[in-house]
Ligand binder design. Sequence first.
Ligand SMILES: *Cc1c(COP(=O)(O)O)cnc(C)c1O
Length: 383
Amino acid sequence: MSEEKIVFSRPFRAEREGENLEAVLASGHAHGDGRFTASATAKLERITQSKNVLLTTSCTHALEMTSVLLDLKPGDEVILPSYTFPSAATAVSAYGATSVFVDVQKDTGVIDPELIEDAITPRTKAISVMHYGGVAPDMRRVLDIAHTHGIPVIEDNAHGLGGAWNGQQLGTFGAFATQSFHSTKNVHSGEGGALLINDERFVERAEIIREKGTNRSRFLRGQVDKYSWVDKGSSYLPSELNAAVLDAQLEQFDQIQGLRVEIWERYASELAQWAELNGVAPMTLPPASAQVAHLFYLLMPSFDAQQGLLQHLRDHDIIGTFHYIPLDSSVAGRKFGRTPRECPNSLDFSQRIVRLPLWAGMSEAQVARVIAAVRSFGVTRAA
Ligand SMILES: *Cc1c(COP(=O)(O)O)cnc(C)c1O
């Protein structure tokens, strides 16, 4: 193939990244919690409408912080979707607790709220949901169940920054929510994340856990005259170098989202007819969800069709991908987790999904090439 390869994802280049990095290096303050951390945090509070945002070194670490905040220990259980990124489960197993896997909905890949209640036991310490592609489950139902049993909810919102469900911002439903700024996400800082805390009772402790178990944050604000070891903790705060890049990215958040939404909509409209003819279900946005355009996927009619389309794209120098291998069937999932009921929808989703390249900055010609390549698979090829 003479054509240039189309990669699956590429980090956005924000205008002020270089300038901000230079400012950090020149300032002599490159460790955490400087002016770019403050600035990026304020922007995140505006975007998410959460009152308490703490930048972290990753989404995985933000999830681990929730385990520390909930004092997870061996014997405790956390309910998770079987179809999600492993971090939701490693954060639980790191403290010796057990992940309890629950199946997802067939069409959206998000946890099925109707299956949560059955999985609750006296040992359940949290219900962890993940907004796949920025699509949330019925959060009213999730919160009803959680309140009935007095169990906190964690939202893994790595995909859904700026998203909403029924007009309320994602990340503001649970006691906790987590964001990722890994370089494959809409907004990135290389590696990075954030913890959103919506239950005020956890705010002070979270700050301590993030700062190696010390009350250094209170000391820096002049609230105590020395700082020392007061609780559990680790080093979860990112350096100002990461925050400098994140702040530059967040400054262009609307632009990034706009560019991605355009591509998402083009895929949806220009592949609709092909999908219909080939028995393919393209990603759709439920009416309650706001568009974040983190990913666009096609649910192929079978595993063979999934493998076939991925190979067909590779033959056209285009990188499409599948996604999560269900956690309940994974080696570690069987060792550190429990699956009260089989999760056929997770497996089905995993074996049928094809995600198409999507990043802010993809050219119109590149999008057109992906669409043409997809359309040349299936009916027309068989004809
Ligand atoms: C990317 C991702 C994570 C992990 O994020 P890191 O910042 O790399 O730790 C966790 N959950 C989901 C759903 C993700 O997409």
